[in-house]
Design a protein around this ligand. Structure first.
Ligand code: NAP
Length: 275
């Protein structure tokens, strides 16, 4: 089984972002945070650090875990209206299961660098230009980097969230794959996933995808990031179990994650370059 790491690809994308950022006015990304979720806060800090390294300013706007959806929406609208802010992102999850979709509708689609405004998903589904969520774009970037053929191939996406599963399914359809989306109500998941030439695991369930879920030679992209007891991360795929059946697998950590952050920066540099 080949391991499809994201490290080199992420470095190449960061270099592109840096070159694009240097070509115009300094891009600025604003990240709105309304959570006490440690993993989410860690991710936001890592974005700010990566942004600084490529010449992109990053403001973290922390509203605290008690922020009401209206306040979050107003903040996103204010940042969207600021001429010196080029990218606006809302870190999820929001507290107490609040939906991010209503407040995210306040993000100007031209600054929606993480594809969170429902308009961006609609445009993506319609085949119109839009920033896809960075994670969904990272899945596609990895498939392209490793020259995985998609046209006419069977792709199965496990997960139907608006941030990963649905946009990935649309992007795969655009590339002429035959796409099936599975979710928690799917009966006999293994019967569905073993149909896949390309399997995208985005359920957020550690080890959900085992040996019986993978067809011989399939390319498996593991989007899952599940915390482990020792403070690390593990994917949705049981890597050891699938190693003698899958053709290729992205590692967790070190696969989709670094590419996601790099693409968020490139989206921001591109948003700054929009006329
Ligand atoms: P989410 O909103 O919780 O959605 C999970 C999806 O998986 C849902 O559609 C759910 O089905 C489905 N699902 C849950 N259990 C399942 C099961 N046993 N069998 C089949 N489907 C099942 O999560 P998300 O935001 O899409 O994130 C998914 C994973 O990706 C998480 O681990 C998250 O941490 C990770 N992630 C990684 C990155 C990165 O950069 N690497 C970025 C974003 C997210 P229902 O719709 O029926 O509930």
């Amino acid at each position: 089984m080949k391991t499809l790491t994201g490290k080199d690809l992420a470095a190449a994308i960061r270099a592109q972002a840096q070159a694009e950022a240097a070509a115009g006015p300094q891009p600025r990304l604003a990240v709105v945070v309304a959570t006490a979720d440690e993993a989410g806060l860690w991710y936001v800090r890592s974005i700010a650090k990566a942004a600084a390294a490529v010449g992109i300013a990053c403001d973290i706007v922390d509203l605290g875990p008690e922020a009401a959806p209206d306040q979050i929406g107003e903040t996103l609208a204010r940042l969207s209206a600021a001429t010196d802010v080029h990218g606006v992102m809302l870190q999820t999850p929001l507290p107490a299961g609040a939906s991010a979709q209503e407040p995210a509708a306040a993000i100007d689609p031209r600054k929606d660098v993480d594809g969170a405004n429902p308009l961006s998903l609609g445009r993506l589904a319609a085949g119109l230009p839009a920033f896809p969520p960075a994670t969904a774009a990272a899945v596609m970037a990895l498939l392209d980097h490793y020259e995985v053929p998609l046209e006419g191939r069977r792709a199965v996406v496990v997960g139907r969230s608006t941030v990963v599963g649905k946009p990935v399914a649309h992007l795969l359809l655009d590339r002429h794959a035959t796409v099936t989306v599975a979710h928690s109500r799917t009966r006999d998941l293994a019967a569905v996933t073993t149909q896949a030439d390309v399997l995208i695991a985005a359920a957020g369930r550690a080890g959900l995808i085992g040996r019986d879920h993978v067809a011989p030679g399939a390319v498996v992209i593991d989007v899952g990031t599940n915390p482990t007891e020792d403070g690390g991360l593990t994917g949705d795929v049981d890597a050891a179990a699938v190693s003698d059946v899958a053709g290729a697998l992205t590692p967790v950590p070190g696969g989709v994650g670094p590419v996601t952050t790099a693409l968020l920066l490139r989206h921001t540099a591109r948003a700054a370059g929009l006329p």
